[in-house]
Design a binder for this molecule. Structure first.
Ligand SMILES: Cc1ncc(COP(=O)(O)O)c(C=O)c1O
Length: 441
């Protein structure tokens, strides 16, 4: 007679079974063994307490919003919330200038416009990112060129970037994925050597520092997002930061239809093409309240990422995310990688086992490299042909390391609301599942 046979049958799994025993020590022995059986094989899920949650928007946001309504304008030129927000973000990032925008995507587009990125220019960037990094390049008529990434930090490989430079390259768009900075010293040196702009996509990296400085402050322009999923949110929002006065002036114009509101000129006379990417006073009011919470959010996420890695570091069969040397990341998510040859399972099977333990695990992050999306493989950005990117062949195999990272990656959520119990249960579930797969392999 076999203790777990019923459960196994119900789940269609025949992976583990324990004999019943009358041995007085057998109870303990069985208890220990039961703990070792993952939920996917019939054990009890490790996670017994729901993940910690938090109320994201509250009285602080309401207070700021009321001040906007009392002031009687939602337009940044007449109000003071957008201006306050820009001052505070410049201070926070240690930059001279900040220009608020309507989203992270629009902030990156404003950066491209401000730097004069033009049709046919090539922009080197990373293949694991959000479309918000790429839409601006395509709309400028420029060409995204994808460099490969480092296998453990998941950020741009400087060597691969340098290999992709041609005489048409104008800029590098560095994606600080998961709240971890790229190797900014190496990228900056490459950009200086080849006379390229360095734009930092900091959408996922609020609060992240590199060699003691805020991300966004090291390249020519840094771009942040405040969409609902980011460390801080105002629903939709973005901001660019820069140290150069002329670039900052162009960023303002690039965000506001190239209307020069500061010159006092009687008539408008836009000199380049720019969109309406303005932030309203309402968004800025929420963002200001959120900024007050950023330090606490960052502190808790750092605690989570560091503690989780320290509990898992000696596990065989998986590799952990590795912060870039010199970077103090802020853990927008936590992506580990499975070693199928050691575990005898793939990322889907591993994520399914973690899910059965009660963790919010998913395999493959964004699924495939962005250059494998139809908009690239079919050059279907526009209905009819003529865009310079059509000359480039985007296909699977362009960035083998990035493809492997996605194939083997398992993403775990991170939240400032997660508790000490969440941490213990998460670590325990990962250890349990990993050791079980290792034992079977
Ligand atoms: C790396 C990265 N860049 C850009 C963006 C675009 O930001 P938004 O959604 O605010 O336009 C995102 C959003 O998810 C992102 O993760």
């Amino acid at each position: 007679m076999w203790f777990f046979s019923l459960i196994e049958e119900q789940r269609g799994l025949f992976l583990f079974s324990l004999p019943e025993t009358n041995n007085p020590d057998g109870g303990m022995e069985m208890k220990k063994s039961v703990q070792d059986i993952p939920a996917i094989a019939g054990g009890n899920p490790t996670k017994t307490v729901p993940y910690g949650t938090r109320t994201r928007y509250g009285k602080e946001e309401l207070k700021q919003l009321k001040e906007v309504i009392d002031k009687g304008t939602l337009f940044y030129v007449y109000g003071n919330k957008v201006k306050d927000l820009e001052r505070r973000i410049a201070g926070l990032t240690g930059t001279e200038y900040a220009v608020a925008a309507s989203s992270g995507t629009s902030s990156i587009h404003a950066a491209m416009i401000a730097l004069g990125i033009s049709p046919g220019d090539e922009i080197i960037t990373a293949p694991i990112t959000d479309m918000g990094s790429l839409i601006p390049i395509l709309y400028q008529g420029a060409v995204p060129v994808f460099a490969d990434i480092c296998p453990h930090s998941y950020t741009l490989s400087p060597q691969s970037v340098e290999e992709r430079i041609t005489d048409r390259t104008r800029a590098v768009l560095a994606i600080h994925l998961w709240g971890n900075a790229c190797d900014l010293a190496a990228l900056k040196a490459i950009c200086l050597r080849h006379n390229l702009f360095l734009i930092e996509d900091c959408a996922q990296a609020w609060g992240c520092t590199y060699k003691g400085r805020s991300v966004g402050a090291i390249g020519n322009i840094g771009c942040f997002s405040m969409n609902e999923s980011k460390h801080i949110s105002c629903g939709e929002g973005g901001v660019t930061v820069a140290g150069d006065k002329d670039i900052a002036r162009r960023l303002r114009l690039a965000t506001d239809k190239c209307y020069d509101r500061e010159s006092g000129a009687a008539f408008r006379d836009p000199s380049f093409l720019a969109n309406n990417y303005r932030m309203s006073e309402l968004q800025a009011a929420i963002a200001l309240a959120q900024l007050d919470k950023l330090a606490g959010i960052v502190e808790r996420r750092r605690w989570w990422g560091t503690e989780l890695s320290s509990r898992l570091h000696d596990l065989e069969g998986i590799t952990l995310p590795q912060p870039t040397s010199g970077c103090d990341p802020t853990w927008w998510f936590y992506m580990l990688r499975v070693k199928p040859e050691k575990l005898g399972c793939n990322a889907d099977e591993y994520a399914a086992a973690l899910k059965a333990e009660g963790l919010g695990a998913t395999a493959h992050y964004i699924g495939r490299c962005v250059y494998e999306y139809l908009v690239f493989t079919r050059h279907s950005a526009f209905e009819r042909s003529g865009h310079p990117y059509e000359k480039y062949d985007y296909h699977t195999g362009l960035c083998p390391i990035a493809e492997k990272v996605l194939e083997t990656g398992v993403v775990l959520p991170v939240s400032e609301a997660f508790t000490d119990i969440d941490l213990e249960e998460t670590a325990e579930a990962i250890c349990r599942v990993t050791r079980w797969f290792m034992g079977k392999a």
